[in-house]
Ligand binder design. Structure first.
Ligand SMILES: Nc1ncnc2c1ncn2[C@@H]1O[C@H](COP(=O)(O)OP(=O)(O)OP(=O)(O)O)[C@@H](O)[C@H]1O
Length: 542
């Protein structure tokens, strides 16, 4: 019989992933451009106030009779109002843009995680909580402040040059001082940011371990650190303080540089300059420089954070888990030299008929769950997995459903738990399957279970997960320890449901417990059937 080749159904997801990757940084919105424009206006207004007021103070001392003081005063007041208004509006628009971007970046991360296995949950939480925020806040954190500073500095240099401000060369010196300090801050900033991110990730991992061990807290062990003591935030604090110290150092250095330049202006000025109103502009602008330029050093560190987060998000600590087209065996499923990757377990050879019930037995830890998870593709495998003699590539097989040993109960209604894909399963079908697995007492499908709702017992959870799998009409059903924690009656009942399900599909059950009612075609014992084989490279037949 000619078999249909298995097609990885990942191309659409691949496109989604590349789109998601570009939307991680987010498209520049009108709000972002508006915020940037207003930030520039804010800076220009500030610098203009500084230049005009410096000139105004100087001219006031030597102004001839009849000099109109009102006009410059009104201009300065007007600029001050413009500065305040643009300052507030830029904050408003910037935050509006930030919130939209955070939502988009988080969505993009979720899209990138689809069809992937997470290597570290702590990293994923970090990515969702922290890195997305760093990426999304780019505009208000560093683009806007740095762009506005650059524009002001350029404006200052051009104005100084064209209106021939005495001591104009000191503006160039100021720009050089700022540039050198910024570059040094950026280099050290990257290091500081990496170590602070590492400390935060470690704290998140320790917190997860600490809370997971809550049922052991009463033991009050003093020897196992981290398990019984709340994780210390010391390393995170130290790392954050280092970042702040870096910014403070940059600010102090800049302040020192500015004072030196002012001293040089005074020392090098000739007496004629005392009678030139424009001459006051240079020392005034220099003295005010720490006010309008110092904030950029914290922006430089934020730029380093942004770079770090961007690199982290693009590295994605995940492994691809491609989804392969639905494929129901019509003859057999065979496993040759087969084992879950990186589990350090012996390889197995097994052959299953396309219909019927098969049991895998074996001592605890021999690899029963690993084999089931690798069969459906939840774990990458080594060796060969062939459906109707056609080797399949790595990946999850659509409609090959694995029922976990520790069932996953979603925080939601029973209905959601039974039909998470909202595929339109009727309520009658749900009640029917619940009754078959002995959960007829869960009468209200709208009842909330899982986190924040009715806590199901271990045995109830197991049967709910089995009911969910049965309702999904799987092509192949892989069930991990379905009888664990069930009373005798419930075991027999579940065994009958599994027997019935195996009339129309391949069912493989990994179990220590074999109820009398379970009618299996074949029983594999991993204790005996372990075989090490040398395989030729995996090939895929068309
Ligand atoms: N994520 C993992 N990484 C590395 N090794 C793992 C991982 N999960 C399980 N193992 C190891 O793989 C081996 C097989 O585990 P598996 O859960 O498949 O056994 P099992 O036969 O189903 O056990 P049980 O009957 O107790 O459920 C064990 O030695 C286990 O420590």
């Amino acid at each position: 019989m000619k078999s249909k080749p298995l097609q990885p159904a990942v191309s659409a997801q691949g496109i989604a992933t590349s789109k998601a990757s570009s939307s991680l940084t987010g498209q520049t919105s009108m709000a972002a451009y508006g915020a940037l424009g207003l930030a520039l206006l804010h800076g220009i207004a500030g610098l203009s106030i500084l230049i005009i007021s410096s000139w105004f103070i100087a001219i006031s001392a030597i102004a001839p009779l009849g000099f109109n003081y009102v006009i410059p005063a009104v201009v300065i007041r007007g600029l001050a109002l413009l500065r305040i208004a643009s300052g507030y509006t830029t904050m408003w628009l910037g935050h509006k843009d930030l919130l939209t971007r955070i939502a988009k970046a988080r969505l993009a991360v979720f899209e990138q995680l689809a069809a992937k296995r997470l290597e570290s949950k702590a990293w994923t939480v970090e990515a969702l909580a922290n890195h997305t925020e760093q990426l999304a806040s780019a505009f208000i954190a560093w683009v806007s402040p740095l762009a506005s500073f650059m524009l002001l500095m350029t404006g200052l240099l051009l104005t100084g040059y064209f209106i021939n401000v005495p001591g104009y060369g000191f503006f160039i010196a100021l720009a050089i001082v700022w540039l050198v300090i910024s570059v040094v801050t950026a280099v050290y900033g990257l290091k500081a940011v990496a170590s602070s991110a590492e400390a935060e990730l470690e704290f998140r991992q320790q917190s997860a371990t600490f809370f997971q061990a809550s049922s052991l807290w009463h033991l009050k062990s003093k020897t196992v650190k981290g398990l019984f003591n709340a994780p210390s935030t010391q390393r995170v604090q130290d790392a954050q303080l280092k970042e702040q110290a870096l910014v403070s150092k940059a600010m102090w250095l800049f302040q020192g540089g500015v004072f030196t330049l002012v001293a040089l202006v005074v020392l090098t000025a000739n007496t004629a300059a005392y009678f030139v109103p424009l001459a006051l502009i240079t020392p005034m602008v220099l003295l005010a420089a720490p006010d309008w330029a110092s904030a950029t050093f914290s922006s430089v560190v934020k730029l380093a954070k942004w770079r770090h987060s961007k690199a982290e998000l693009h590295a994605m600590h995940t492994q691809p888990l491609p989804l392969l087209n639905a494929h129901k065996p019509s003859m057999s499923l065979s496993l040759t030299g087969f084992i879950a990757k990186e589990r350090n377990l012996p390889a197995v050879n097994m052959q299953f008929e396309a219909l019927g019930l098969n049991v895998i037995k074996g001592y605890s830890g021999c690899g029963k769950s690993s084999v089931l998870q690798a069969i459906c593709g939840l774990l990458p495998f080594e060796g060969r997995r062939s459906i109707d003699n056609v080797a399949t590539p790595q990946g999850m097989l659509e409609k090959w459903i694995y029922v976990e040993q520790q069932p996953i109960i979603l925080a939601g209604t029973i209905k959601l738990n039974l039909d998470p894909a909202a595929s339109g399963i009727s309520e009658d079908a749900m009640h029917n399957v619940l009754a078959r697995v002995g959960l007829q007492h869960l009468t209200t499908l709208a009842e909330w279970v899982g986190k924040g709702g009715r806590a199901l017992s271990g045995g109830e959870g197991k049967r709910l997960a089995l009911a969910r799998a049965l309702l999904a009409m799987p092509d192949v059903l892989l069930i991990d320890e379905p009888f664990e924690g069930l009373d005798y009656e419930a075991q027999q009942r579940v065994a009958e449901v599994i027997n019935e399900s195996a009339h129309s599909r391949l069912v493989i059950v990994a179990t220590h417990v074999v109820p009398a009612a379970l009618q299996s075609n074949t029983t594999f014992s991993l204790d005996e059937k372990v075989i090490r084989v040398n395989l030729p490279p995996v090939f895929i037949l068309n």
